[in-house]
Design a binder for this molecule. Structure first.
Ligand code: GAL
Length: 352
């Protein structure tokens, strides 16, 4: 009998459950989707149903910052599936990690008269310009994955929301995964947790908060920490593999923990850790974020200390539901938050 994982289950039931989950937000229902959705009362105002809603269909334009990103590949497949299940016509564009390319794609979508835009910005610092480009057409925007400043959302009231996860929570969970190990991160027993960090794109709030809050969790538990080096690695497996190989050559056994702010980088780090003859769980610890299948398998096999589920299913479900509400002229809140989940050897099988 095939075991149905939580991810499969959530995927199967995502759109069915979406209406209940989003309308319940703020009302105390704590399903995994938008369980902590923040309501900004002034932003929740009704608009007239669009022509698309009247005809039961809509054209949705989706801008992804970069198709080559592992996590956004999962997220984009979910979006395509869920929006398609609502009968919407969906076009997804690859911003190729270039804001100018994405800006052109947005202009093309506007010329085509799409009903709603879902945007994963290349640069969050460009979010205001994006809104200023779109707002004259009155087209609603669902920002995803890269959180713009609140002022950007405020500048386009009732027409603009953000669906995401609070990266502080994921950082705290990374730290807690290390604290839960036998040595609480201090393998050599010298009283200090010595680590390297693979940060990710430094402009990205997820990278910033995970870096800060993973270490804060250790310090809040009374631990002394020592950062040997912070690498950027831009969420990328190959870059992390190279940097961690160099770090292991340079610092050797001093490194007790490798923090990676996503699983792509953690998988790169894992290759270098194993090539250097080090053993996760014995003489080094390794954590990531996202719960990519390969990383979850590594957790099950004891080759990663843990990871943190970045719930693409929950976020895509919430983004789809926000899109539907815009299409149908229902009130849309300004923020929808989806929880992270700690993934350890005990529960990893559920997230494969
Ligand atoms: C993060 C995710 C990373 C990367 C990034 C892109 O939430 O953990 O793997 O996809 O988003 O903005």
């Amino acid at each position: 009998m095939k075991m149905i994982s939580r991810r499969d289950f959530l995927k199967a039931s995502a759109v069915v459950g979406a209406t209940a989950a989003l309308t319940a937000c703020g009302g105390g229902d704590s399903s995994s989707v938008a369980s902590t959705a923040t309501s900004v009362a002034s932003s929740a105002a009704s608009t007239a149903p669009s022509a698309a809603a009247a005809s039961g269909s809509a054209d949705i334009g989706v801008c992804i910052y970069q198709f080559a990103d592992n996590f956004m590949t999962l997220y984009r497949a979910d979006l395509e599936e869920y929006l398609g299940e609502l009968g919407y016509s969906v076009t997804i564009m690859d911003g190729k990690n270039d804001q100018n390319t994405q800006t052109e794609q947005i202009s093309t979508f506007l010329q085509q008269g799409v009903d709603v835009l879902i945007i994963n910005p290349v640069q969050t610092t460009s979010a205001q310009t994006i809104v200023d480009t779109i707002s004259p057409s009155n087209t609603p925007i669902v920002f995803i994955n890269r959180e713009p400043d609140k002022s950007v959302l405020d500048s386009y009231p009732d027409k603009c929301c953000y669906v995401g996860a609070d990266a502080r929570q994921s950082g705290t969970y990374q730290g807690e995964l290390i604290l839960a190990t036998d040595t609480e991160g201090d393998i050599n027993g010298d009283g200090t947790i010595t680590y390297i960090m693979c940060k990710g794109d430094p402009e990205n709030i997820d990278a910033q908060y995970r870096t800060e809050y993973s270490i804060k969790a250790l310090e809040d538990a009374g631990k002394t920490v020592n950062c040997l080096y912070e690498y950027l690695d831009n969420w990328d497996q190959t870059l992390a593999q190279q940097d961690v190989a160099n770090a292991l050559a340079q610092y050797g056994d001093q490194i007790e923990v490798v923090f990676c702010n996503n699983d792509a980088m953690a998988l790169g780090a894992l290759q270098s850790i194993e090539q250097a003859g080090r053993t996760v769980g014995t003489d080094i610890y390794l954590v990531g974020v996202d719960a990519l299948a390969e990383a979850v398998q590594a957790v099950i096999d004891g080759r990663m200390t843990g990871t943190v589920l970045n719930d693409d299913v929950g976020q895509a479900t919430a983004a789809t539901e926000a899109t539907r509400m815009y299409v149908e002229g229902e009130p849309v809140e300004q923020y929808y938050w989806v929880d992270y989940v700690k993934v350890t050897t005990e529960n990893a099988a559920e997230y494969l």
